[in-house]
Ligand binder design. Structure first.
Ligand SMILES: NC(=O)C1=CN([C@@H]2O[C@H](COP(=O)(O)OP(=O)(O)OC[C@H]3O[C@@H](n4cnc5c(N)ncnc54)[C@H](OP(=O)(O)O)[C@@H]3O)[C@@H](O)[C@H]2O)C=CC1
Ligand SMILES: O=C(CO)COP(=O)(O)O
Ligand SMILES: [Zn+2]
Length: 351
């Protein structure tokens, strides 16, 4: 008997373009969302775009969050505003959107995602990435009902946020390799469609690298489309596997060892140079990944991340512990191998 089933949750409306933040009210009406919204945002996005969002949803309350953590989510859902909210609006980068996603799940209401930076592929995904103690959870949550991505706002954001988004996409190459490896060695379920979509997204972004330039709104357009596509791959897969492998484990570990030092996307980009080397050795594609990162101005070394060599090596040797996700890191990379990997790939300099 055929007994497979799947339930793919995707956003209903994805609105991308110049000035579309002013179409937020229309987008909400199109979804038939009624009642009181609550805006979840962080300081900079609130300052930059909070008033334009509030103008579209008069009377909406705002909660400002600073960090992605389960405490932040608890704090949000325990407020009187959250109790009374009929739907949430997540405004900002990856952190406030992840918190809003989880909070919407907890209070069982819809979410509209309004990203202010093209810095991460969580703007559409049905996942939240939340640290807790020594670990980092990739939690299933309903994806946003709608995404309103204003390329004018995103293009004005600091350039490094856009290059971080590009690097988050480029890291899909190694994430998919890790996923296939886990399928072969641990029988982890693999989706050909999600894997192919994720790889194709990285391929198309790299092919467009020449058009991705600072102060060019077209760049934000190209990157947002890739971020949406990568988020959809995660939703099809029902896991973040298409976009998160060993390179993400290393980045999550760096967040613990050297907090707030570098952007998520930049960390995963540098880490993917090393995990590509671990997958395929010196003849593999690690130089192509480094070249792709360089072509969009993303960091390729620990020094450019402003992370010390010791912190980088600690992250590489301990990243396998952070989550039960089988990757090329296996049961751990020892210090000599980590040093070899990081120096051969030029991520750190030889002593
Ligand atoms: N759920 C998922 O599938 C995914 C989740 N993620 C998660 O997302 C996070 C990374 O996303 P990222 O966006 O880098 O993180 P943040 O939300 O921390 O944003 C990065 C920085 O950019 C600032 N910022 C945001 N928008 C603007 C703007 N328009 N102009 C100027 N500054 C701006 C933020 O300000 P402020 O400090 O005020 O917030 C913050 O300092 C990580 O926690 C990661 O794990 C990443 C990918 C996928
Ligand atoms: O950042 C992600 C994809 O780009 C997903 O994060 P996780 O590694 O926590 O699943
Ligand atoms: Zn990521």
């Amino acid at each position: 008997m055929f007994d497979k089933s799947t339930w793919i949750k995707l956003p209903r409306n994805v609105v991308v373009g110049h000035g579309v933040i002013d179409e937020l009210g229309e987008t909400i009406a199109d979804l038939h969302l009624t009642g009181d919204p609550l805006i979840i945002t962080s300081p900079t996005p609130n300052e930059l775009a909070g008033d334009r969002v509030r103008a579209q949803v008069p009377g909406a309350e705002t909660i400002i969050v600073e960090t992605a953590s389960f405490e932040s989510i608890e704090r949000v859902i325990e407020t009187a505003q959250a109790e009374e909210a009929d739907y949430l609006i997540g405004l900002g980068g990856g952190k406030p959107i992840d918190i809003a996603k989880m909070a919407a799940d907890e209070i069982n209401c819809g979410l509209v995602s309004v990203p202010t930076a093209a810095s991460h592929d969580g703007l559409v995904s049905g996942r939240s990435s939340i640290p807790e103690g020594d670990t980092r959870h990739s939690v299933a949550a309903d994806p946003p009902l709608a995404v309103v991505a204003d390329t004018e706002i995103m293009a004005k954001a600091p350039w490094e946020l856009t290059t971080a988004g590009c690097a988050d996409i480029i890291s899909n190459y190694t994430a998919v390799q890790d996923w296939r490896l886990a399928n072969r060695l641990k029988n982890v379920e693999y989706s050909e469609y999600a894997g192919a979509l994720s790889e194709m997204t990285a391929e198309m972004l790299v092919d467009s690298a020449d058009s991705i330039k600072p102060n060019l709104e077209e760049s934000a357009w190209i990157v947002v489309k890739a971020l949406v596509s990568s988020g959809v791959a995660m939703s099809i897969a029902g896991t973040s596997r298409p976009a998160s492998g060993a390179e993400h484990l290393i980045s999550h570990q760096l967040d613990r060892i050297a907090p707030n030092q570098a952007l998520h996307g930049h960390q995963v980009g540098v880490a993917s140079i090393m995990t590509e080397y671990l997958h395929s050795g010196n003849d593999g594609q690690w130089r192509a990944i480094r070249k792709a990162l360089k072509s969009i101005d993303a960091p390729t070394t620990a020094a450019e991340l402003e992370i010390s060599d010791d912190d980088l090596l600690e992250a590489l040797t301990t990243a396998h512990e952070i989550r039960d996700r089988y990757t090329i890191l296996g049961n751990g990379v020892n210090l000599d191998a980590a040093y070899q990997t990081a120096t051969v790939t030029g991520v750190i300099e030889r002593d």
